[in-house]
Design a protein around this ligand. Sequence first.
Ligand code: NAI
Length: 226
Amino acid sequence: MSKILITGAGGGLGTSLRKSVASWADSVRLSDVTDITDCAPNEEFVACPLGDKDAVQALVDGVDGIVHLGGMSIEDTFETILDSNLRGTYHIFEAARKAGKPRIMFASSNHAIGFHTRDTELNGDSPFRPDSLYGLSKCYGELLARYYYDKFGVESVSVRIGSCFPEPVDRRMLATWLSPTDFDSMIQAIFSAPRTGAAMIYGVSDNLETWWNNDHARFLGWKPRD
Ligand code: NAI
C-alpha cells in the first residue's frame, strides 16, 4: 500500500496512529483544519475542511487508502454535525468513487449502538440504536459505506470504536477499551486484507467485560493483543 490519507490527523487518534502508518505506508498525507508542523520525511500535511467538496476531492486524488477520522467526535449541534460528519463523510466517499476507489476506514462509534443495554451481546447483525445526533451521524456514515460498496464497489471498513485512549479511566472504559497498539494493528490489517466489501468491526481490545462480538469480522485477520 503506497499512499495513505489520514483525515482528522491532528486529533487524539490521528496523532497516535500516524507514527504507525508512517512505518508501513510508503507515504502518508495528513489532513485536518489545524496545522500539523512536525511531518516526518514520508508525511505531508494538507489543510482541508471536510465540508468543502472540491477541497476534499483534491485531498483524496492520488491516494491508495483513506483513514477517515476527521469530524466532530462528540455530541454537538445539528449544524456542526451536518457539516463535519454528514457532508464531510459524504464528500470522502464521493471523492473516493471518482478517484480510483481507494479503500476507506471509517471511524464509526459505539454511539451508533449506544442505546442497546449492556446485557445484550452485539454482533455483526445488531441493529443501529444511536444515542445522540453524533451517534446518528455515525449510522449515516456506515450506511454511506454500505451504499458506496453496493452501488459503486468502493470498499470500506467501518470501525465502531469503543474508547481508544492510552489507558481506561473508569469501568465503562475498561469494557469498551481499544488500546492504541491494537488500533494501530487493526488499521494495518484493514489495508492488508485482500478484500473487505463493506465490513463493520467493533473497535475493542480483548477485554473480559466486553459485550461486542467480532466473530463476523475474523476474515480481516485482526487479533487484539491487549
Ligand atoms: P478528535 O476530536 O481528537 O479529532 C478529530 C479531528 O477532526 C480534530 O483534529 C478536528 O480538528 C478534525 N475535524 C473536525 N471537524 C472537521 C472538519 N469539519 N474538517 C476537517 N477536520 C475536522 O477525535 P478522536 O478522538 O481523535 O477521534 C477520531 C475519530 O474517531 C472521530 O471521528 C471520532 O468520532 C471517532 N471515535 C473516537 C473514539 C475514541 O475513543 N477516541 C471513540 C469512538 C469514535
